[in-house]
Design a protein around this ligand. Structure first.
Ligand code: UGA
Length: 481
């Protein structure tokens, strides 16, 4: 009787645990507040995460959330100080709350002493940047530096798990470097555990992944990683166990496939413009076919961010090194570059080719909504073109203006969308922020100098724009009305 009561209690706790923590409801405001973790028999491993960028911070906080003791290490002292004061250096919804909660529970710490973090942990997750160099090759210098530091500080068996996006064979390179630096004094395992989180929804993606990929070569490492990810295994999240090379390849193929899907729909949008068809209905019509899938079929100004452009280039580069030409991925990149030009041409057409002296209100500087990240943002390309055409720019973004100021200090930054639109000759929506979807168009119509608008994310109601007398265009609309 007592046993069955205990089982019932456990099931109840487990149920509330899974329904709260792993809620797919990304809007629930309090999902990280005032909650304690049930004992899911995680073994409280000592984990260090090297690199406190988007991936490192989210993974560190998420692994702490799974019940482990995590220290996030970064060589940037000012970043670490900020984190220790409970502030986060990026805008990522829910992350600050999750980090604060885990700090309070004493499961998450930050340090700039990378070597101490390595020495005191059982598992080391590498989450440093892997930028692209001028030739499209991935610069592995941060990865190499971390691998060498791990080798030098190896003081017992450890698992080294790569979360950074790295080209195939990097796991082997990490193994070789650690072996060399540690003079093979201690046993270690290298695992590839690519991360699939998206900026803007990263916490949710980490806690609710579609799958977890583990390139793992020994049973010992596999068992420990299964322990660490136990809360996900309990929920029947699919796990793929494979080789290092296959795991590394999966990450590049996933990003390249998604990038290709976006370029494909952007080409279809351009076709729709010519033949008077509606790309959004086309996307829905094909997306409901499960073999195609409805996600990542939103046409727009072309993909940006720190991943798709870099990873597609890196994939091409790696293939070239192996004597292969990946024509589809190459085309996806070509179409993406073309799409930005196409957007510029459409804006130019709305202004009848006369940009000089015109005031362009840009709404949205981030490469997508819910982030302050401007890396490879279409806004960067367009601002450059507008400035070359001698237009005046009034830019507004709810989160990313400060980042853009580093790149373009001399354009005007508005304090709100209304401020940006006031007196503008044209409004250009580049990012799908919720507040732009809810734009007061009748107010815009009365404060703008000219009622001209370009919607690069197809978020505004065409009928409302028409009724208010706007001259406008979007992506995939038949013709300028
Ligand atoms: C992407 C992947 O989606 C993640 O799975 C992956 O983990 C991450 O890269 C990474 O490798 O770290 P992210 O770059 O944060 O995530 O953002 P996405 O939501 O994928 O958007 C990328 C770009 O594609 C953005 O410019 C976005 O506006 C554009 N996009 C996306 C479209 O134009 N249309 C769509 O339908 C979807």
């Amino acid at each position: 009787m007592e046993t069955s009561k205990n089982i019932l209690l456990f099931l109840l706790i487990l149920n509330s645990f899974t329904s709260n923590i792993f809620s797919k409801d990304v809007n629930s405001q309090n999902s990280y507040a005032n909650r304690s973790l049930p004992n899911l028999e995680t073994k409280n491993y000592k984990i260090s995460v090297i690199g406190s960028g988007y991936v490192g911070l989210v993974a560190g906080a998420g692994l702490a959330y799974f019940g482990n003791s995590v220290v996030c290490a970064d060589i940037d002292n000012s970043k670490v100080e900020l984190l220790n004061q409970g502030e986060i250096p990026i805008y990522e919804p829910k992350l600050k709350e999750l980090i604060s909660e885990q700090i309070k529970l004493d499961r998450l710490k930050f340090t700039s002493q990378v070597e101490d973090a390595i020495r005191s942990s059982d598992i080391i997750f590498i989450a440093v940047g892997t930028p692209m160099d001028d030739t499209g090759r991935t610069d592995l210098s941060y990865i190499e530096a971390v691998a060498k530091a791990i080798g030098k500080n190896l003081n017992g068996y450890k698992i080294i798990c790569t979360k950074s996006t790295v080209p195939v064979n990097t796991g082997q390179l990490i193994k070789d470097l650690i072996s060399l630096e540690s003079e093979d004094k201690f046993e270690f395992d290298v695992v590839s555990n690519p991360e699939f989180l998206k900026e803007g929804d990263a916490v949710n993606d980490f806690l609710n992944p579609d799958r977890v990929v583990l390139g793992v070569e020994t049973e010992k490492a596999k068992e420990i990683l299964n322990d660490i990810y136990r809360p996900l295994i309990e929920r029947d999240i699919p796990f793929i166990y494979t080789s290092l090379n296959t795991a590394e390849t999966i990450k590049y193929v996933a990003n390249s496939f998604l990038a290709t899907k976006i370029s494909f729909i952007n080409e279809v949008a351009n076709f729709c413009e010519k033949v008077n068809a509606d790309v959004l209905v086309v996307a829905k019509g094909i997306g409901l076919d499960k073999r195609i899938g409805q996600y990542f079929l939103n046409p727009g100004p072309g993909f940006g961010g720190s991943c798709f452009p870099k990873d597609t280039h890196s994939f091409l580069h790696k293939a070239n090194q192996n004597g292969l030409n990946l024509q589809i991925v190459e085309a996806a990149l070509k179409v993406n570059a073309q799409q930005r030009k196409h957007v510029f041409e459409k804006i130019s057409n709305l202004l009848e080719g006369e940009l000089e002296g015109k005031t362009i209100a840009i709404l949205g500087l981030a490469f997508k909504a819910e982030t302050d990240d401007i890396r490879e943002s279409p806004a960067i390309y367009l601002i450059k073109e507008f400035l070359a055409s001698k237009a005046n720019i009034k830019a507004y973004d709810p989160m990313a203006s400060n980042n853009m100021k580093h790149l373009y200090p001399d354009i005007t930054y508005a304090s709100s969308s209304a401020d940006a639109l006031s007196g503008a000759d044209i409004a250009v929506i580049l990012t799908e922020w919720k507040e732009f979807k809810e734009l007061d168009l009748s107010k815009a119509a009365s404060t703008m100098k000219n009622k001209v608008l370009f919607d690069a994310r197809n978020i505004l109601k065409v009928n409302e724009l028409k009724d208010l007398g706007f001259k406008f265009a979007n992506i995939g609309l038949a013709q300028v009305k």
